[in-house]
Design a protein around this ligand. Structure first.
Ligand SMILES: NC(=O)c1ccc[n+]([C@@H]2O[C@H](COP(=O)([O-])OP(=O)(O)OC[C@H]3O[C@@H](n4cnc5c(N)ncnc54)[C@H](O)[C@@H]3O)[C@@H](O)[C@H]2O)c1
Length: 258
């Protein structure tokens, strides 16, 4: 896929962190970009900074996602690229005994489900809509479009408290190949990035943790820079033979139990 002025792209979670870095890289290459994000304040600021279009969007809702795609396509034309970064998690023990009181509590089902709905279903919802739009396009060099999902190192080495997040991100990895197979006939590729630990706002809120976590990365001994994620996302869009696969991007870290 050529990334230049002729390309329209959608980035979910594009108002912050890995998504925002991807928006900046796509804009630097000349692409027209629509930012789908829940946070209007950050979304508008990101759009003003990058020259992208902000479409407020909750990936948990069909109506909201449909409206955002309509708005993005009215502004930029039908997208050929989708990068899904909207996501997040929680940290709750499966079942635990309080050390002081001895009280036993467990992971509430609604909080578990929310993480799956946000990461897995939210990503899939955007993939289905985007693929439907891409199918209306004429192929360029045999290809109608390409998509990149965001999983996490937690998908394969989830830490204590990450049962829901690990399950949600493992599901994103699991669905990558069947989606690639479903969309192959239409000339649409899909891949997933499995990031380690990146220096984004949720991480940067705790500078001591950043230092400690950085030291645990084999090489380079630091957190990933969001621009390194963006660089990988653009290569996965560009490289026409890359399909149905997940790529770790993590300085060789394997997460310990806690
Ligand atoms: N930063 C890391 O170390 C790291 C590591 C592995 C995976 N990830 C994954 O990368 C993705 C981006 O994380 P980040 O660190 O850049 O976080 P971030 O908080 O900086 O950005 C996430 C963005 O998603 C948006 N968002 C959240 N819920 C949404 C919803 N329902 N609808 C639309 N937008 C929504 C937020 O408003 C925010 O702008 C997430 O999926 C995260 O799980 C991050």
């Amino acid at each position: 896929m050529r990334i230049d002025e002729s390309l329209a792209a959608v980035v979910t979670g594009g108002a912050s962190g890995l998504g925002l870095a991807t928006v900046k890289a796509l804009r630097a290459a000349g692409a027209k970009v629509a930012i789908f994000d829940l946070n209007p304040e950050h979304g508008q600021a990101a759009a003003a900074e990058t020259g992208a279009v902000f479409c407020q969007c909750d990936v948990l809702s069909d109506e909201s996602v449909d409206a955002a795609f309509a708005r993005a396509r009215a502004a930029n034309g039908q997208e050929r690229a989708l990068v899904s970064c909207a996501g997040g998690g929680n940290a709750i023990s499966t079942t635990r005994r309080d050390r002081q009181t001895g009280a036993i509590s467990f992971f509430p089902s609604d909080k578990f489900e929310w993480v799956l709905r946000l990461n897995t279903v939210g990503t899939f919802r955007c993939v289905t809509r985007s693929a439907a739009g891409m199918m209306t396009l004429d192929p360029i060099d045999g290809e109608r479009g390409a998509m990149v999902n965001t999983a996490s190192a937690a998908a394969t080495d989830g830490q204590m408290g990450q049962a829901a997040y690990a399950a949600a991100k493992a599901a994103i990895i699991g669905m990558t190949l069947p989606i690639a197979r479903d969309l192959a006939r239409e000339g649409i590729r899909i891949t997933t990035i499995q990031p380690g630990i990146f220096a984004t706002p949720p991480m940067l809120r705790n500078p001591e943790m950043v230092q400690a976590l950085g030291a645990t990365v084999p090489f380079p001994k630091r957190l990933g820079d969001p621009s390194e994620f963006a660089s990988m996302a653009l290569e996965l869009l560009r490289n026409g033979y890359m399909n149905g696969e997940t790529v770790r991007l993590d300085g060789a870290i394997r997460m310990p139990p806690r």
